[in-house]
Every structure is written in structure tokens, then in C-alpha cells.
Design a binder for this molecule. Structure first.
Ligand code: ADP
Ligand code: MG
Length: 280
């Protein structure tokens, strides 16, 4: 079968959240105009994106512009009101085994050890016990946590907990990795270390397609092949900026280069405008 043109296609997607505004008065039960009102919030508006197989796409934009919403529609956790999301050429109709997710708050089970947390990914997909523990060990080694298999999350630093999060995602051997501000809870030094670690890990792991939401412009450039700038709420695609650096050059020295600084400035101007618009 021919490979579809793009791994992920977001095609003119609009998402509206509907929430009930409660009116708790006794009279509200009887008088229609006092009944709970449905509030509509357009979170993203006509977003289109094509992500090629093996691409690493970073998404930046002001808070609440709909970045998480876009990611969750790719995972099939929520659905658009109009437009569609296609993965491998097929419309997304629910959560799918080929997608792995990493969350900002790590999302580890506190009652499970490191190895049991990592094995949980493949366990969800019905992988037999011996195979999933083999996969878990392999990925624990890859993220640099050998020797911590029996530790519980609370015994680990933030950076180590997110290494567990990365290992758990990788152990499911996903075709698509969706990462929502995975380093957002880390201090600046640990964050920088984890950025370089993720570059190393992905280089070792092969060619999954990655979508990575961040507020950190350096992080977007260091990791991304392309950076998508989203507009202020409701989120739209403002600009897609290609990152010209080969993966092998994504290191400490790159951060000091003139071209990196120029690219960072370009992103800063683009996002800052949107930040001001969202505050207005
Ligand atoms: N489950 C939900 N119900 C209602 N509103 C939501 C829900 N999730 C997000 N929103 C709203 O949609 C907008 C976009 O949210 P989100 O996608 O989380 O933005 P971002 O990740 O860019 O900060 C925000 O205004 C947010 O309050
Ligand atoms: Mg978010």
C-alpha cells in the first residue's frame, strides 16, 4: 500500500467547548431564563497542519490559544466541531495505539515502581508480560535510569520522573509522540539537560513523528524541524517556520550561533504580538 502523503493531517479544524454556567437558585428550576446557560468557547478556529512522517513539529503560542486542544484532537481524546484530523490517512475516531503522550505533570502512577510505570504503556496495548518488561528495561536504560527500576516516583527528582514519562511513552513503540509541555515543570538547568537528552534519545530511537507543545523558544528551535506559531485565542496557525539545522548539530554550540539568535528573535516577535493581543 502506498504511504499516505502526510502522517498527520489537521484539516480546517474548529473546536468549540460548551460548558454549563450554573444558576443555582430555586426559581431557576421553573423560570426558563434562569436555567443553566450553555457557554460556548471557540478554542481553535480553522486550524490546518500537515505533518510528514518522521517530522518533529514544535507548537508555540500564548497561553490558552488552543495548543493542548490541537494535541488532544490528534490523540482522539476530543473531537473537532468541524474539519477533521487524519492519521495515516484515516480520520481519528478515538484514542489510538500508535500515539504516545507525555504530560507536563509527568502523569506517573505514584503506587507503581519505575519499571511498572514504564511497562504500563505496553500493558495497555495487551503486550505479554515478559515482552513488556523487556521493553521497559530497554527504555529505562535508554533514558539513563538503569538502577532505579524499583524506585517509586516520589523518590525521584523532577527530571528523573520525566525520564520515566519518556521511557513509558517509548516503551509502547508509538509511531506518533505527542508531548504537551513535558519540561514545563522543571527548573531551567534540568530543562536544558532534558532537551539535550530528548535529542539524544530520539536519535537513538529512530523515526517516530513528534508533536511538541512548548512556551520555550530555544526548546522549540533545538527540537523542532518546524515551529508552528499559533495566534492568540481562538487559536489559528499564524506561521510555520522551518528550522534549518540538521539534527546532528542540535547541541550547546548551536545555542550560541547567530542564525539561532535570529530565529529565536523571529519567533519571539511572532509570539509576543499574539501574547499582547491575548492580553488586550
Ligand atoms: N474541557 C474544556 N472545557 C471548556 N473549556 C476548555 C476546556 N479545555 C480547554 N478549554 C478552553 O479552551 C481554550 C484553549 O485551551 P487549551 O487548548 O488548553 O490552550 P493552551 O494549551 O494553548 O493553553 C482556553 O480558553 C481554555 O480555557
Ligand atoms: Mg496547554
Amino acid at each position: 500500500m502506498a504511504e499516505p502523503a502526510a502522517k498527520i493531517v489537521v484539516d480546517g479544524v474548529t473546536k468549540i467547548y460548551r460548558t454549563r454556567k450554573r444558576r443555582d437558585s430555586f426559581l431557576g428550576r421553573f423560570l426558563p431564563d434562569l436555567r443553566p446557560k450553555i457557554m460556548e468557547l471557540k478554542a481553535v478556529d480553522n486550524v490546518s497542519l500537515e505533518i510528514a512522517s518522521g517530522d518533529f513539529v514544535a507548537i508555540i503560542g500564548p497561553s490558552r490559544c488552543g495548543k493542548t486542544t490541537v494535541l488532544r484532537m490528534m490523540d482522539g481524546l476530543i473531537f473537532p466541531d468541524s474539519g477533521q484530523v487524519l492519521v495515516n490517512g484515516t480520520p481519528v475516531t478515538g484514542p489510538r495505539a500508535e500515539c504516545g503522550f507525555i504530560f507536563q505533570d509527568f502523569g506517573l502512577y505514584p503506587w507503581r515502581t519505575v519499571i511498572d510505570n514504564v511497562a504500563f504503556g505496553p500493558e495497555l496495548h495487551g503486550v505479554p508480560k515478559n515482552v513488556r518488561y523487556e521493553l521497559a528495561r530497554k527504555h529505562i536504560n535508554l533514558v539513563g535510569l538503569k538502577g532505579f527500576e524499583s524506585a517509586f516516583p516520589h523518590q525521584l527528582s523532577g527530571g528523573m520522573q520525566q525520564r520515566v514519562g519518556i521511557a513509558r511513552m517509548l516503551a509502547s513503540e508509538p509511531e506518533i509522540m505527542l508531548m504537551d509541555e513535558p519540561f514545563g515543570a522543571l527548573d531551567a538547568l534540568t530543562r536544558r539537560t532534558m532537551q539535550f537528552e530528548l535529542i539524544r534519545i530520539l536519535a537513538a530511537e529512530g523515526s517516530a513523528t513528534s508533536v511538541f507543545v512548548t512556551h520555550d523558544l530555544d526548546e522549540a528551535i533545538l527540537l523542532g524541524d518546524k515551529v508552528v506559531i499559533m495566534s492568540a485565542w481562538p487559536g489559528r496557525v499564524k506561521e510555520i517556520v522551518p528550522v534549518p539545522f540538521p539534527r546532528a548539530e542540535r547541541g550547546e554550540a548551536l545555542l550560541e550561533s547567530k542564525l539561532f539568535a535570529e530565529l529565536r528573535h523571529h519567533l519571539w516577535v511572532g509570539v509576543h504580538e499574539e501574547q499582547l493581543a491575548s492580553e488586550a
